[in-house]
Design a protein around this ligand. Structure first.
Ligand SMILES: [Fe+2]
Length: 269
């Protein structure tokens, strides 16, 4: 979608409501912070959110409102600064489930090879599990099911919570993550349920029905619901003179549709 179209913000809001993500092409490539600022203003997302993990003295170096994601051997962030793949996760490791509702990734430069952003519709997979194995789904709702701990050197913090939950509006939300930050509490919920649930979600995240790979090019942005989808990254190769570079911002708000300045619920398209 071309973000210069007059109704682009409403289209983005509708796509986020129906599919959880939208890709847009900005009018002209420019400084990433300015591109994200104009996007977030048009979508009425408010100010970028600094995740709880980045409010400690030891992690202040990562607390920029606009985080640069690019390979840098001097930076010791396990996700931002390497060319390795990233397993499924949601942003906001220490934040409560559903807190970080929207992530924007703006592409300054694509990788020479690889580096696709991966999206997993974990909510849809959860809905299928609930039909097939309600006890396994129940285990995922347990407040003690999943602990996530920081893997950033020099900061030892963690947070425990459910893998899925229902928000104040009655909508399902997720913090499904399956990476090196996770410790699963297999005694949570009905016996054996969490083990079966995890096996189911791992298989579902490999199923094209629930999984999508998107490759961003210069001047494109991916906007997605961090409380409804899990995401990851393919490993990539850089050309030394043109390394992959994305800029990320997080928001506690989700885009809403606007008609005659009245905020309305977005009809699904
Ligand atoms: Fe992420």
């Amino acid at each position: 979608m071309d973000f210069t179209e007059h109704d682009a913000p409403d289209q983005v809001a509708r796509r986020l409501e129906s599919r959880g993500f939208s890709m847009v092409t900005m009018a002209e490539p420019g400084p990433p912070d300015a591109a994200i600022t104009s996007l977030s203003a048009a979508l009425r997302l408010g100010d970028p959110y600094i995740p709880a993990l980045y409010r400690y003295a030891a992690t202040k170096g990562y607390s920029d409102a606009y985080s640069n994601i690019r390979s840098d051997t001097k930076v010791r962030h396990p996700g931002f600064s390497t060319t390795a793949g990233q397993a499924w996760h949601v942003d906001g490791l220490l934040d409560d489930i559903g807190e970080v509702k929207t992530t924007i990734l703006y592409c300054v430069r694509a990788a020479h090879r690889g580096g696709e952003t991966l999206l997993f519709n974990s909510l849809a997979a959860f809905a299928e599990l609930r039909e097939k194995d309600p006890a396994a789904a129940e285990a995922l709702l347990s407040p003690s099911a999943l602990n996530r701990r920081s893997t950033i050197p020099a900061i030892d913090v963690n947070a425990t919570g459910p893998v899925f939950s229902v928000d104040e509006k009655g909508d399902l939300i997720t913090r499904y993550t399956d990476n090196e930050t996770c410790t699963w509490n297999f005694s949570a919920g009905p016996p054996g349920g969490l083990r079966r649930a995890l096996n189911f979600l791992r298989a579902a995240s490999d199923n094209p029905r629930y999984r999508l790979a998107v490759r961003l090019t210069t001047g494109q942005a991916l906007i997605f619901r961090n409380d409804r989808l899990s995401h990851g990254r393919q490993p990539y190769e850089d050309r030394p003179d043109a390394p992959r570079h994305l800029t990320r911002a997080l928001y506690v708000n989700a885009p809403t549709c606007h008609t005659d300045e009245a905020v309305v619920a977005c009809p699904a398209t």
